[in-house]
Write a protein that binds this ligand. Structure first.
Ligand SMILES: [Fe+2]
Ligand SMILES: [Fe+2]
Length: 358
């Protein structure tokens, strides 16, 4: 009988797998050739911590984030930094944001970068969030990569400032799916102007990683899997050789390529969203979904939720999805096709059978 694998061993193995096991051969060669530039970071997103009353919060959502923090602390190799990808709160309340900040304070990391989610924003328009976590958009450089963090969940001023009698109603309307009273997300003129001037200073050969909450591509408008000025943001990124956009919000695995820009979603620690059937309408944007979702058990609310370990090899992102209760997945950038791909799940003969127990 083989020795049972404990969680720490598995995480060590996962780190090795992300570097050596699941990548195309050419990527491995490149990694060895220039290993000094390789680095990794971890990404946790969409915790949706919800206050019930006083110090009582929805336990499932708390447990998801607590577990992600604990697992991030066990990672080998240790990630250079952590990103929290937005929707820390469910209804933008101070108590929810404070609760989230407290749970995240257990991360043993030098640095945590924060991204604004619509659930954090639409109660007080990000005021309290800014006090806790800093500016809503910014950039930084790390080991030769230029990172940009955007607030992509803004919308029209009329909708934000004039339409609603209370801030609470505004928050609830924006949190709703299939809501005719909703409004599409956007980055907006002000941030796009800032992005343009931020990128003007950067050499076109520098790898760029843009981090947003909503996808900077148009996937499904009714659920705001959509950013209305996505094309304008993409146009600013087009002159660069290597661009990756990482986003949360969709609570599922997505990867895609538009021109020079590869897109990878990150998972939620709270709950999975299904793929909307209307994805068929947007076939030109998304890879063909031969495997609808790595979601074996719809009755198990944790399935298809998790967090990510991201390996940056020569400027391209390889995404290791660590799912709470399903087979982990790796989406690696294939230099031959110039696209991110999941070599296991995109190949029918190599498909991993769904896990049947947890
Ligand atoms: Fe979310
Ligand atoms: Fe969101």
């Amino acid at each position: 009988m083989s020795k049972p694998i404990n969680r720490r061993d598995f995480l060590k193995g996962a780190g090795v797998l992300a570097v050596a096991g699941a990548l195309p051969v050419s990527m491995i060669e490149l990694a060895f050739a220039d290993s000094a530039q390789n680095f990794s970071f971890a990404y946790i997103s969409d915790a949706h911590l919800q206050q019930i009353k006083g110090a009582k919060f929805v336990n499932n959502w708390d447990r998801g984030l607590i577990r992600a923090v604990a697992e991030a602390n066990l990672l080998t190799p240790k990630p250079d930094f952590i990103v929290f990808g937005g929707d820390l709160a469910q209804l933008g309340k101070k108590a929810e944001l404070d609760h989230g900040a407290e749970i995240l304070s257990a991360l043993r990391s030098n640095k945590v970068y924060h991204v604004m989610g619509e659930h954090d924003y639409y109660l007080d328009l990000g005021q309290y969030w800014e006090k806790l976590f800093g500016p809503q958009f910014y950039s930084f450089d790390h080991k030769g990569v230029h990172f940009v963090v955007l607030n992509s969940i803004l919308t029209y001023d009329d909708w934000t400032y004039k339409r609603w009698p209370t801030a609470e109603q505004r928050m609830l309307e924006m949190a709703d799916l299939d809501n005719p009273n909703g409004s599409p997300f956007m980055v907006g003129d002000k941030q796009r102007d800032w992005l343009k001037s931020d990128l003007e200073k950067i050499n076109k050969a520098t790898p760029i990683v843009v981090i947003s909450h909503s996808p900077l591509q148009k996937i499904y408008k009714n659920w705001n899997f959509w950013t209305d000025d996505a094309e304008q943001v993409q146009a600013l990124l087009r002159p660069f050789n290597k661009v990756t956009v990482l986003y949360g919000h969709v609570h599922q695995i997505q990867y895609n390529q538009i021109g020079n820009i590869s897109f990878n979603s990150v998972m939620s620690t709270a709950w999975p969203w299904p793929y909307p059937s209307t994805y068929a309408q947007t076939e030109q944007y998304l890879p063909k979904l031969t495997v609808p979702m790595n979601r074996a058990d719809p009755f198990f609310e944790r399935d298809a939720t998790g967090w990510q370990f991201i390996n940056m090899t020569n400027g391209n992102v390889d995404m290791h999805y660590d799912l709470f209760s399903n087979t982990s997945r790796t989406v690696a950038f294939n230099t031959k096709t110039g696209e991110p791909e999941d070599t296991v799940f995109q190949s029918p003969d190599k498909r991993i059978p769904p896990q049947t127990q947890y």
